[in-house]
Design a binder for this molecule. Structure first.
Ligand SMILES: Cc1cc2nc3c(=O)[nH]c(=O)nc-3n(C[C@H](O)[C@H](O)[C@H](O)COP(=O)(O)OP(=O)(O)OC[C@H]3O[C@@H](n4cnc5c(N)ncnc54)[C@H](O)[C@@H]3O)c2cc1C
Length: 164
């Protein structure tokens, strides 16, 4: 992978990637229309089937992110967990332990009611670990966004050896 330094480790184990996805709870969604970038933090749900990652987001039925997705469905995302700052003797030895996932995909506003209900169940499972079911009325008041992730990478920055 381009840009990966020695102190950061690429994570390829799917179980470790799932653990990051289960823990982070918030993702930063990057959008761009007509050369205007926009990043918005959101809670998410996910499925990972045969290494294929799908993300689900929800929110109000109107707003900037929905307008931007309609104009350009190509999106980028970042999520992370396990943040722990560590100290050193000099500024460049300070740093932060973390695990993160970043990737790109295509966003779609879900209109089908059955798919919306399923997406909200997935989202609540990721967020709470609990199984919730939804009816037509409940999902009618929210917009649901599905992101089919085309590529992603995961990284872990461990505590430097001399601090362990
Ligand atoms: C940890 C976290 C989790 C969140 N989870 C969700 C979620 O699951 N679903 C959801 O719909 N929203 C969530 N939000 C709120 C979300 O970030 C947006 O504020 C909201 O979704 C509206 O986005 P929009 O693009 O429709 O903005 P609009 O309502 O159209 O807002 C327009 C303008 O308001 C400003 N703005 C919008 N959002 C923010 C923000 N977060 N901080 C500062 N300025 C802002 C921007 O300047 C933007 O141009 C979360 C926020 C945080 C911090």
């Amino acid at each position: 992978m381009q840009g990966m330094t020695k102190r950061e480790l690429q994570v390829t184990d799917l179980n470790e990637i799932r653990e990051i996805l289960d823990t982070a709870k918030v993702l930063h969604l990057g959008l761009a229309v007509d050369n205007e970038p926009y990043v918005v933090p959101l809670n998410y749900g996910y499925t990972m089937e045969d290494g294929k990652l799908t993300l689900y987001l929800h929110g109000a039925n109107q707003g900037k992110k929905l307008d931007m997705i309609r104009a350009n469905p190509n999106v980028f995302f970042e999520l992370d967990c396990g943040r722990m700052p560590f100290e050193g003797k000099v500024p460049c030895q300070y740093g932060m332990v973390y695990s993160s996932v970043m990737g790109r995909g295509t966003a779609r506003i879900v209109e089908d009611v059955e798919e919306k209900m399923q997406a909200m169940t997935i989202l609540m499972k990721t967020q709470t670990g609990k199984d919730f079911s939804f009816n037509e009325r409940l999902v009618s008041i929210v917009a649901v966004i599905r992101i089919d992730v085309s590529e992603y990478t995961a990284k872990h920055r461990p505590l430097p050896e001399k601090l362990r």
